[in-house]
Design a protein around this ligand. Structure first.
Ligand code: ME8
Length: 570
């Protein structure tokens, strides 16, 4: 068996007491595109997403809706699964925290931590709001004059709780973060974590007794459920390991079937999350893993937030971009166009991003309709017209010099209007395409997905510039009188088509459907299992084959008119 590198990528598991919206779809789409890119690069990828189904909020929402928490969870988990299908997610698994495979491993993990002393039983005392069934911090209590939400006095309450001895792991965590400066990305987020860590870590309560919708701790007689349920965040974080059977492996219980084999994906290469849940992932999670004697993940990547038409999205404003709106965009522009917009204009880096219709149309026209779409049909049409729709012969040396100092024997006459921009330019297609692919792969490795995808569009731009410079449509008019011009035309068009093919590979993780459509009309489907650097070699083994048909095909993207009103749910 050949050894392939594994790559494990996860998203947060989403709360089932909410409906999915652009934020959830965004994180899963980013993870999906990274997963597809890594598969294309030849890695053995495991991509996990799912739902977070326990906790008081779910219990309360269910009570309000007159259903059981499990019914609410089942209903909404199905809606999340539909959302993932809608955006074309290629996840390998969908974990739900109410699944027995998860629950039993969470109980095993907690039992292990109790046995090691990392989880201990302590007493918590504080101000309790009986009406709201929640503790209020000392500060909040003072501000409210020690009155509860319903006007009655707050009461002093005490309860036994299990605590995770987080304080004990402070030195280890500090050492770990110092040794792994790229553990948290982007860099600004790492600084936040380090800053807060300096304030010192306190032990955290990890159980609740005031509600029951959670995984019980088995501390009753004979290992039966006691009165404590596990705090939803501890339950939730463990999903990244339970989904692939890592805790089962720890306990020595041989996990059956695929779960046993999947444990080899641990540690995760990246936990992709939103910035609001960074602390849990960057501090509490590694400490828990250290306490369990498990390897820590390689990276926690915290992206920023989408806002909508310049405003923060909130329940009060009711301006969440919901599934129905996303569906309306997909119906008008196609799924791949929506994915492209989310992935290239989204809040992947440090700053928030605005979802705006005007911007959507601008990006759609520039990158897709006038970009890859137009370039592919231009090249396809010329091959159709001048070479009977068959890939022309490949040039022996696909290097083109332009400008005054170019060697006269290979110089192509440039058009007067292009001369200024063409001064001394060289198009060395094997070298140039290799550089785009190399840069793209490098950015992907540092989780700059946007940058990795934009290399594909930049390559398309270079093909466009080459076409403008060489003006093959003009050259074509001279071929009857000058047979050498025909060879030149073949060299130009072969180079364009082959470069577009390579660009399409770089664009495919964002736009799998449209690029597959292009590969079909151009007869150049990438062979599965062949890594990107081989597929993308200009004129290599997987290149366009001279003589093979290039059908004309439908345009990939129709131009959009910004004057049309924004898509709205029907
Ligand atoms: O926090 N922009 O679940 P959740 C971009 N169950 N992404 C956004 C976003 C926005 N405006 N709003 C939400 C939870 N997200 C826990 C996680 S993990 C062990 C447990 C995305 O349903 C982003 O990924 O509130 C954020 O972290 C996640 O949705 C929160 O989803």
């Amino acid at each position: 068996m050949t050894h392939t590198h594994t790559y494990y990528i996860t998203t947060p598991i989403y709360y089932v007491n909410d409906k999915p919206h652009i934020g959830h779809c965004y994180t899963t789409t980013v993870a999906d595109a990274i997963a597809r890119f890594q598969r294309l690069a030849g890695r053995d990828v495991y991509f996990l997403t799912g739902t977070d189904e326990h906790g008081q909020k779910v219990e309360k929402s269910a009570a309000a809706a007159g259903v059981t928490p499990q019914q609410l969870a089942d209903e909404n988990a199905a809606v999340f699964q539909q959302a993932m299908t809608l955006i074309g997610a290629s996840n390998d698994d969908f974990i739900r925290t109410t699944q027995p495979r998860h629950e039993k491993q969470v109980q095993a993990a907690v039992a292990r931590l109790i046995a090691s002393g990392d989880i201990y039983l302590g007493t918590f005392e504080g101000w309790y709001d009986e009406g709201q069934e929640e503790y209020v911090t000392e500060n909040a209590a003072r501000e409210k004059n020690y009155t509860a939400f319903n006007g009655k006095p707050l009461v002093r309450a005490k309860e036994d709780n299990y605590y995770f001895r987080l304080s004990k792991w402070q030195p280890e965590l500090e050492k770990f973060l110092a040794a792994n400066p790229h553990f948290v990305k982007p860099a600004a987020r790492m600084n936040e974590v380090l800053g807060r860590l300096r304030e010192g870590l306190q032990d955290v309560p990890i159980s609740r007794t005031n509600f029951s919708w959670g995984i019980p701790i088995l501390d009753g007689p004979g290992g039966t459920p006691g009165k404590h349920v596990i705090y939803v965040w501890i339950d939730a974080l463990l999903n990244y390991t339970t989904a692939i059977g890592v805790i089962d492996g720890l306990a020595g219980t041989a996990p059956s079937g695929s779960q046993g084999r999947n444990a080899r994906y641990w540690p995760a290469d990246v936990h992709l999350i939103g910035k609001e849940i960074l602390w849990f992932h960057a501090v509490i999670w590694p400490a828990l893993l250290m306490a369990l004697g498990l390897e820590t993940p390689r990276c926690v990547y915290a992206h920023s937030f989408w806002i909508s038409e310049g405003q923060k999205m909130s329940k009060t404003l009711g301006n969440f971009i919901d599934l129905a709106t996303l569906r309306a965009y997909i119906d008008r522009f196609g799924l791949d166009a929506l994915r492209w917009y989310l992935l290239t204009q989204g809040p992947l880096r440090e700053t928030d991003a605005d979802f705006s219709y005007a911007k959507f149309v601008e990006v759609y026209n520039a990158d897709l309709a006038n970009g890859i779409g137009n370039c592919a049909s231009r090249v396809g049409n010329m091959i159709e017209k001048y070479f009977d729709g068959k890939v022309p012969p490949a040039p022996a040396d696909p290097v083109f010099h332009f400008g005054p100092s170019s060697p006269p024997q290979t110089a192509i006459q440039t058009q007067p209007q292009d001369v200024a921009s063409a001064l001394e330019s060289v198009f060395d297609w094997p070298r140039d395409t290799h550089e785009f692919v190399h840069k793209s792969e490098k950015q992907l490795r540092s989780i700059d997905l946007t940058g990795a995808l934009l290399e594909g569009i930049a390559l398309v731009g270079r093909v466009d510039a080459f076409i403008n410079l060489t003006a093959p449509f003009k050259l074509a008019k001279t071929i009857d009188a000058n047979p050498a011009a025909r060879d030149q035309l073949a060299a130009i068009l072969y180079s364009c088509a082959e470069a577009v093919r390579i660009a399409s590979l770089l664009l495919s993780p964002a736009m799998p459907t449209k690029m597959a459509q292009l590969w079909k009309t151009w007869n150049c489907q990438p062979t599965p299992g062949v890594p990107l650097h081989e597929l993308a070699r200009f004129g290599g083994k997987h290149a366009l084959q001279p003589g093979s048909p290039i059908a004309k095909g439908e345009p990939l993207f129709m131009r959009a008119d910004a004057k049309e009103p924004a898509p709205k749910p029907a």
